[in-house]
Design a protein around this ligand. Structure first.
Ligand code: CA
Length: 364
């Protein structure tokens, strides 16, 4: 028995030893390998928040990998136009992209579910659904045929309803309106009798100034001030019923991702998660300050959409979501997953976030 034990030990340690040396050799190779990647975005280079998030991501990855994974970030139009980011990463022209999923709704039906759903999940709920409620798995299933692996890449929080040159008192005021509003919100405006335009951020100001469009939504005070939208519209409406927390996305070309050693894959995952949260933190802090500047310095007229208008938009939004859900087996599962999660989140938030906000703002 003792002899057998020695033989087994010998076999074990021999096997173990060769495994260890093999692992060390492969780690050394992986540690020496340097990767130079390109990341294309749908935003102007270094645009506040949306454009700086991928830059922050690239710097984090470079630091955490000690320079082994170097990512060069391109603004919209520098390597590919904004609306070609999805295809560029899918085809491997660039290894990564940063944008918003609803821009690709025409390519991957259901992509809009992973950017913003009118009257849907807010930022906190979207992150919870994605990372702890099955959302990310559904998103990866949707993007897999396009050779893309998506990650959450930032969130704006609740946006503003947008900039208008006419007052919105009833639904009739939306009829015939030419509005820049992408995604499912755009489909709702179409159902309300307006027309929706999907115009790249940097072209919005000129489109408003020249009358190509009558109204536009963009993001919120911080970003809208940066584009000077208060110079081309009189009224600034809230709340952003159509975009209660737009999630930005980081996409990775599947082959490029698989070619990385596991530690660099983990670095991408963790850096994406950090940037995703950091964007929301940045927007929350800077929207507060920018709103004060818009109202007090620039005299912007803030308006709340009337309750009957919001009620009708909510009804039309439900129709739009139901219609998209009916398109494919996968869009049905995505919509059902969001619905279940939203019902639970709303029930709990009535006694947590909402009850707290009410208590906090109560007037004595
Ligand atoms: Ca928006």
């Amino acid at each position: 028995m003792r002899l057998l034990g020695i033989i087994l030990c010998g076999l074990f340690f021999t096997g173990c030893g060769s495994e260890v040396s093999k692992t060390v050799v492969s780690d050394e190779n992986a540690a020496e390998q340097k990767y130079h990647w390109k990341l294309v975005t749908t935003w102007p280079k270094n645009y506040p928040g949306l454009g700086t998030a991928p830059e922050t991501f690239a710097r984090l990855v470079e630091r955490m990998s000690a320079g082994r994974l170097n990512i060069k970030v391109f603004g919209a139009g520098q390597l590919v136009p904004a609306m070609e980011v999805f295809d560029a990463v899918s085809q491997g022209t660039a290894q990564m992209g940063h944008g918003a999923a609803y821009y690709w709704a025409g390519k991957a039906r259901g992509a809009a579910f992973f950017a913003a759903v009118p009257f849907g999940l807010n930022a906190q709920e979207m992150n919870s659904w994605l990372h702890h409620g099955g959302g990310l798995e559904l998103w990866r299933e949707l993007y897999a045929p396009f050779n893309l692996i998506p990650f959450a890449g930032g969130n704006t929080g609740v946006q503003m309803a947008g900039w208008f040159n006419r007052e919105i008192n009833t639904m009739d005021d939306l009829a015939g309106l030419k509005m820049r509003i992408p995604g499912l919100g755009g489909d709702v405006i179409t159902r309300a009798g307006g027309t929706s335009w999907n115009i790249t951020g940097s072209d919005i100001y000129t489109a408003m100034q020249t009358g190509v469009i009558d109204a536009t939504e963009w993001v919120g005070p911080y970003n809208d001030l940066a584009f000077g939208l208060h110079q081309v519209a009189k009224y600034y409406y809230y709340p952003g019923w159509h975009e209660p927390g737009v999630m930005a996305e980081l996409t990775v070309n599947a082959q490029a991702y698989v070619s990385l050693p596991p530690d660099l894959q983990a670095i991408i995952e963790v850096a994406a998660r950090a940037v995703n949260q950091d964007m929301l933190d940045e927007y929350t802090a800077k929207n507060n300050r920018a709103l004060v500047e818009l109202v007090e310095t620039h005299g912007v007229e803030l308006r709340r959409l009337p309750d009957p208008v919001l009620a009708e938009l909510r009804r039309l939004s439900a129709q739009v979501v139901t219609s998209l859900a009916a398109e494919t087996e996968l869009t049905r599962r995505i919509a059902a997953s969001i619905d279940t999660f939203k019902a639970q989140a709303m029930a709990y938030h009535v006694i947590s976030e909402e009850a707290y906000n009410d208590a906090r703002s109560a007037v004595d």
